[in-house]
Ligand binder design. Sequence first.
Ligand SMILES: N[C@@H](CCC(=O)N[C@@H](CS)C(=O)NCC(=O)O)C(=O)O
Length: 225
Amino acid sequence: MTLRFHFHPLSSYCHKALIALYENETAFEPVVLNLMAPEVRAAFRKISPFGKMPALEDTGRGHVVNEATTVIEYLDEHYRGATRFIPADADQAWQIRMWDRFFDNYLHDSMQRTVGDSLRADGSRDPYTVEQCKKRIFEFYGILERHMENRDWIGAQFSLADCAAAPALFYANTIYPLGRDYPHARAYLSRLMERPSYARALAEAEPFFHFYPLDPKPQRVLAAV
Ligand SMILES: N[C@@H](CCC(=O)N[C@@H](CS)C(=O)NCC(=O)O)C(=O)O
């Protein structure tokens, strides 16, 4: 086994890369991290300079790859499978990369800040930032709703952008459920959750969901709205 994947089953950015690994049934050794333990955190910093999960260690090729997007690009290049994450067509490729950045920089970031704020102690919360994030999440929902009107995936086929979309949308939906105004975005989230690669990552996250501060059961939310 040459690939070691350092991650936590609850982590949204880890889900993003895990989807790519599961899509192509790429063999890897899972290394589950408990970054609450100072010794684990210190050891992990040696392979991930900013201390952020996920990290993919390729012992065969002698590389450590950080950043979920880069992990997926690396897999697409060196551990290629039936699902290709970056389209061969150059114009399709930049659009997929652009949507990957949209999901990370606007939806995922706003979701992560909001969840992070809810975990802070009283007195150290930041309502202004939470409000800004809420605006950005709903702005994003609107953009996504229009984009998904006539399509199943962000591009012509399942890609890097859909790997980015799945956890960002899954967790954002636990904070601000996609309501009646977003039928196409809701249907897209359902498709992502039913995709075997993400269904598997979510099933593996299930035993850890009690650590998550919100209700992580969007199936029920989706059914209720
Ligand atoms: N830009 C990074 C973000 C990764 C990230 O934020 N990871 C979170 C988990 S979802 C993490 O490692 N948090 C632990 C910490 O900050 O101590 C990526 O795309 O991989």
